[in-house]
Design a protein around this ligand. Sequence first.
Ligand code: SF4
Length: 323
Amino acid sequence: MAGYYHRIDAIRNAANLKPVLGWRESDSVTAIPHQQPLPAPDVPLLALDTLWFQVAGTLCNIECTHCFISSSPTNRSHEMLTLADVEIRLAEARRLGVRDYYFTGGEPFMNRDMLAILETTLKQGPATVLTNGMLLRPELCRELRELFDRSEYSLDLRVSLDGFDAESHDAIRGKGVWERVMKGLRNLAGVGLNPVITVTEAAEGVGSAEGRTRFLEVIRGFGFARPRLKVLSLFRIGAEETRSHGYEEWERLSMDGLTPVDAATLQCSSSRMVTSRGVYVCPILIAEPAARMGETIADTLRPFALRYGACHTCWVDGVNCRT
Ligand code: SF4
């Protein structure tokens, strides 16, 4: 714990280095000439194990109040990827030795190419799809099961929930969403697919031991005898910044350096994110222009400066978006 408090002190000290009062996160991106961004430690790319695809762009069939990239039915900041887009990056990923693949959005199953994309991906590595569960109709679940059965590599699904019941869940995800997700989860259980249920700490009490126990009971109730649960921290950017609040200026990583062991705990030391606008450092910062590291994956094989409040959350909470 001593090391932890030392690091927090260092973070607070770094805030005192702030050269201009009123410095904002976006200033580092817009490069206002008389204002300099806070110094920030670089994270090296230690290995490229994981490749993410923003396969649905920022388009989603719902509009969650905590979405850190503000996905919605109308947000076209990032467009959907086509099968051809994905194939180009998969070929590059194979040459670079990527081990596994994640697909997110927005809502991935809004992408009409999604099944074909999974079929292609599963020829070269394991794949995980992050979904809100609303489009998991019986026929789609059957097709996913068939794909699961005939693939050499594993196919996994993650379904997001944000409450123990319809009232708490729909307060964040929208009216009627709980019912549709329940149907989707039962359809998955019906074909014998056991997804990881992801919950964010927006769900009251879920972070506690009692909350997790209660959530596991809820998941069993959907028909999953061996429930799988992943609790995710909230990133106070995008819609979540409005729902709660943004980052304080002291919530930044300090310049006392990241050891390789420290860096290995951050997903940006071993992954990159493919979007319609190029390749970004990670799945969290796709609204930050400076987090776009290049057009191709090969352009991004270099360190990245961790100057964002979200990086502080990754470090302090030990967040990793992988399953
Ligand atoms: S937000 Fe997290 S994963 Fe993204 S660059 Fe910062 S530390 Fe790395």
